[in-house]
Ligand binder design. Sequence first.
Ligand SMILES: [Zn+2]
Length: 298
Amino acid sequence: MDFQERFATEAACLDYLAASRWPEGFACPGCGGRRAWVLERRHLWECAECHLQTSVTAGTVMHGTRTSLRGWFWAAYLVATHHPGISAKQLQRQLGLSRYETAWLILQKLRRAMVAPEREPLKGEVEVDEFFLGGLEEGQKGGRQRGRKALCGIAIEVRGQGSGRLRLAVLPDASGDSLGGFVQATIAKGAIVHTDGWSGYLGLSKLGYDHRRRSQLTEPGEQLLPRAHRAVSNLKAWLHGTHRGVGDPHLQVYLDEYVFRHNRRRTPMAAFQTLLGLGSYHSPTTYAEMTAHRRTAA
Ligand SMILES: [Zn+2]
């Protein structure tokens, strides 16, 4: 409720966007002027000195939208905080949208923001394992039937007794090439990598990792890779709760969404900002972008 009160009007959303873009107050990207007129309906700040117009939605997911900013803010908030992840149907109801397609499109755009920021490699000490998803699906008559299984890789940072950042990927098989490729794509060289005794991991030392194998034979009764196992069981519960019968083509998208949520579970406002595309705010606006605004404004 606090969130909905804070962003109850388009003006409040615009103020937030302006404050994110100009934390020290308005500064004209053309002349450096500090005073501006606000053209609220078009999301434009016009410099009082040189009349250059800057859009506060440029570079965000909301640019050129016909949905209200309030709608976008509320959608991003729900997607960032709702556990388990929200469906297009639920979003349509929450936003009071007449068309399902609009809700679906908003959700797709917000979901796209969940992939890109996950590219900083894992560091320090990491548990790596592989596991199967699916295999059993609810049948037509309520019984369970055998469906297709998908092999996935998991890498999760060790942070004291707890877990750090997470990565998940659909794998073609459990060969040394596939697992080595997954590790190289997700973990920085030189990191300590814990795995079980599977032979597919034998090449990791050669790839530049401090590889430590653990096996049930040498450590009977020990729980090997506890963080990876905990994350996998949470993932399975989440998938079961939201997206029943996940088909192979979309599986990586859901894995990315789960990783995004896991990695920002303690910073919901950062998740909200990333989803709306406000993270890109501090990269400079290109000249072409600014002149384009000027031309449409003239
Ligand atoms: Zn100016």
